[in-house]
Design a protein around this ligand. Sequence first.
Ligand code: PAP
Length: 326
Amino acid sequence: MASTQGLQAYEEEKLLLSLPKERGWAAHHLYLFQDFWCPSNFIEGVNNFQKHFQSKDSDVIVSSFPKSGTTWLKALTFSIVNRKRFSSFDNHPLLTSNSHDLVPYLDFIFHCDNIQNKLSYLSNMTEPRIFGTHIPFPSLSKSIQESNCKIVYICRNPFDTFVSFWIFANKIYPDSLDKLTMEEALEKYCKGIIGFGPTWEHMLGYWKESIATPNKVLFLKYEELKEDINFYVKRVAEFLDCPFTEEEESNGVIESISNLCSFEKMKNLEVNKSGTFDRSFEKKYLFRKGEIGDWVNYFSPAMIEKLSKTMEEKLSGSGLSFKTYS
Ligand code: PAP
């Protein structure tokens, strides 16, 4: 009889062979898995997560399309939810740990052989547990969809998301991208071929859910947070049923959280300037410019037309739109 591990490997192999495959922009391939392009190095983790993860009503899920402000929203959510545990902003975990280390990805947790160990680690985590994910809403585990846990979602103008992703991918996989021009990468992006894409489907899945169940999904835009972060720190706290008291407000706790999580503060911390994530990329690559509208420095007129048309086609009638910041 095959071992459990052998059986699992065999089933994964069979699954991969059955899925449409594309070359990603980065070193790995993408597989069309449950209607989204899943990076090959995520398939096992996503598959196991769907099978095994048990959500608790108190869980908070920070969800995003890659390069939309995940690092920022994880930091904000962690500091809002844990502000009683970590009330000193001069001695805060975010000063010595990257937000991705404090808020683990559900997509990665089950990328392992010993599922039982992971399950007991998860059930012993301090509550409320906070997790991140890039998985589209329809592919979240049933348990997340059915429990009373809360989902905070962030998206970003696709022009800036594309540029941020392109530059990041070039930094971490310089060799694999040398044959793909930025125009060719945009072609793929517009066809939806990017990790966790299509981008529009990702955003629309959470957008529709935030309208249908506003107590379950809070839909945020990177640009809106940049424009008025204190307002959104308050908004996230209210959504997560931990609103700021009058005393906290008058003591400047909202502003302290905004400052702690600001781009300038996070980028310049030693913990974010040096070191790499386990077996992966340098932490500093998560902090580039943190600006709205940097895409104007990269897009040709033809590229602007291509992405504008695609967005119009994909988002029209949905009620979801983005300001043009050119
Ligand atoms: P991820 O999907 O790999 O986790 P994510 O954090 O979603 O990446 O996005 C990275 C972008 O957020 C970068 O944008 P840029 O390339 O246009 O500069 C990064 O600079 C920006 N970013 C990171 N931290 C912050 C922050 N605290 N405030 C605002 N923007 C931030």
